[in-house]
Design a protein around this ligand. Sequence first.
Ligand SMILES: Cc1ncc(COP(=O)(O)O)c(C=O)c1O
Length: 312
Amino acid sequence: MIESELIWHNGELVAWEDAKIHVLTHGLHYGTAVFEGIRCYETDAGPAVFRHTEHLDRFERSAKLYYMDLPYSTEQLREATHELIARNGHSSCYIRPIAYRGYGQMGLNPLEAPIDVSIATWPWGAYLGEAGIRDGVRAKISSWERISSRSLIPQAKASGQYLNSVLAKIESVKAGYEEAILLDEHGHVCEGTGENIFVVLGGVIHTPPQTASILDGITRRSVIQIARDLGHEVVQRDIARAELSLADEVFLTGTAAELVPVREIDDHAIGSGRPGEITRALQAVFQDALHGRVERYREWNDVVAVTERAGA
Ligand SMILES: Cc1ncc(COP(=O)(O)O)c(C=O)c1O
């Protein structure tokens, strides 16, 4: 990881090396934390956070689902993030807000444990690699089933839930693939370890519905809108495993990964084995939207108000 200078922690800016927690932090033991993954991009108007409010709203919703009252409003967190980006001097970066049950209470009832909030920023390149974005990745259907709403909250972005993604990721990487695709409790296609999934069949774009235990991805929503604006039909429905192998195109979407074609699943080439036409077209508009180059999506770019490093 490339370090930045400062981290925002409970309302203060602290040096990167001083952003430490106690070993008896509740969230460390029981996974009682919620977080977001957000990106800021270079635009002509300066660094701009992509769909910032939507991410912070999801952060607040994740917290609520785990009975955590965030001690900061989404507007306070938005302003804190702007200040942090400016003070760290980023033109683009990844942003990781986290709210966690802190030090002071052990045991499974977390309600008396404090809620601490931190925001970190750092430069982070393509999560599945530049080659993945360009040529597509190879994926494997995981033997691990995606968490269901019978045991956890698929719609929340909570730390403990990510053990499910971690197991699937390790399995796929050890088997020589770049990413895992998880099925849901009914055996339907669900999503990647940190990405939603789209399947193009006969010119129509399909993606699993909310009821398939997916995270309500903000990139997913953006890509659905872009696809419809380009005149494509987008259908949200259950997808059978075999449809992946028979698809003309498959791609993944997520903040960290962005829009990544899948060229092979379980050793079946997808379509021609190269990123398809629809994937490419969506990728191009999406990249333009991230960088503030599309007028109709400009409201998605939350331009950082202050761009000068304080004291510079
Ligand atoms: C499990 C999971 N699914 C999907 C996504 C994609 O969501 P978004 O596009 O909001 O980053 C993520 C990333 O946050 C994720 O962790």
